[in-house]
Write a protein that binds this ligand. Structure first.
Ligand SMILES: Nc1ncnc2c1ncn2[C@@H]1O[C@H](COP(=O)(O)OP(=O)(O)OP(=O)(O)O)[C@@H](O)[C@H]1O
Length: 297
């Protein structure tokens, strides 16, 4: 059974279609990135999954239950984009409060804060925390009760690179235990390497849903090959490969995915004149741009 099922979900605001026939699933242990421009419908979709805002038509199932039902709420965790906490409470007090609300033992608070790297500040008031630290309190809160589905809205905004890595390590652990994760982000390079599948929303519609490799194949965008020629051989290499020069010894080529192997064979034939080469596939930024533009037409 998929932990989350979305089937032709639609939502309108005063005649404006915020979500149109949105369908995809998130299985146990899967990490899915939800990408989309400002106003694409990401938050609206998350709120519908959480049962915070009713959808108009289509079907949403959270662990087989209706969104917002007690059964669903017990198994889902949410980290909103801008987490607000009581600034006079300490991190420990805030998490204890959430634990009480979820009918969990309060003694788990320190363990949860330690897990998100906040043990050292557990006794300090949240009003003195940085944005990144508050985000970590939010993550500690979301970890309560071993959720089966985690919905994270821009979870790493405000986190420094080390904290981001730690954050994704926690998500990996949860996914390994079977939690399904849906996270929205504008940091494309970050989700590129850390999620299993990418769903792109544009104007309320799903315009792409695949692995990064699958999206690359569908988009058919060119690959760049950068060849470092041996000293004095750059002109000859550029001429033989019909490539451009980006600086003294680097020769740049662009080729379609189908031509990649043929081009690599040509380069190999020149190996006495080539010192090194890099094959640079299209980035998620390029792919995102491709699908968004296509949807806009
Ligand atoms: N309560 C509401 N009433 C009217 N329109 C709304 C409401 N909530 C959202 N919308 C509209 O629905 C569209 C989708 O908004 P949503 O907040 O889901 O986008 P988003 O993808 O989360 O954007 P962002 O990346 O900027 O957070 C927008 O055009 C927004 O103005």
């Amino acid at each position: 059974m998929d932990n989350l099922i979305l089937d032709k979900v639609c939502k309108r605001f005063d005649g404006f279609e915020a979500l149109k026939d949105v369908s995809f699933t998130v299985g146990a242990g899967q990490k899915i990135a939800l990408l989309g421009h400002n106003g694409a419908g990401k938050t609206t979709l998350m709120k519908a999954i959480l049962g915070l805002q009713p959808h108009d038509s289509g079907r949403i199932k959270v662990m087989g239950a209706a969104p917002g039902s007690r059964a669903a709420r017990m198994q889902v965790a949410y980290l909103p984009e801008n987490v607000a906490f009581h600034s006079a409470l300490t991190g420990r007090e805030q998490i204890r409060l959430y634990l009480r609300l979820r009918r969990q033992p309060v003694k788990l608070a320190d363990e949860l804060l330690d897990r998100v790297g906040l043990a050292h500040a557990a006794g300090r008031r949240i009003g003195t925390y940085s944005k990144g630290m508050r985000q970590k309190v939010g993550l500690a809160q979301a970890l309560i009760g071993r959720p089966k589905l985690m919905i994270l809205d821009e979870p790493t905004s405000g986190l420094d690179p080390v904290s981001r890595r730690e954050f994704y390590a926690i998500l990996d652990e949860l996914a390994a235990q079977g939690t399904a994760i849906l996270l929205s982000s504008h940091a494309l390079t970050e989700v590129e390497a850390r999620t299993d599948r990418i769903v792109i929303l544009s104007r309320g519609r799903v315009v792409a849903d695949d692995t990064l490799a699958g999206l690359r194949e569908q988009a058919g965008l060119p690959t760049h090959i950068q060849i470092a020629a041996r000293p004095g051989a750059a002109d000859e290499v550029a001429q033989a490969l019909r490539g451009g020069r980006s600086n003294g010894v680097i020769v740049d080529l662009t080729c379609s995915p189908e031509d990649k192997l043929a081009r690599l064979r040509e380069i190999t034939a020149l190996r006495a004149k080539v010192r090194d080469l890099d094959v640079v596939p299209p980035s998620l930024d390029d792919i995102y741009d491709h699908f968004s533009r296509r949807a806009g037409k």
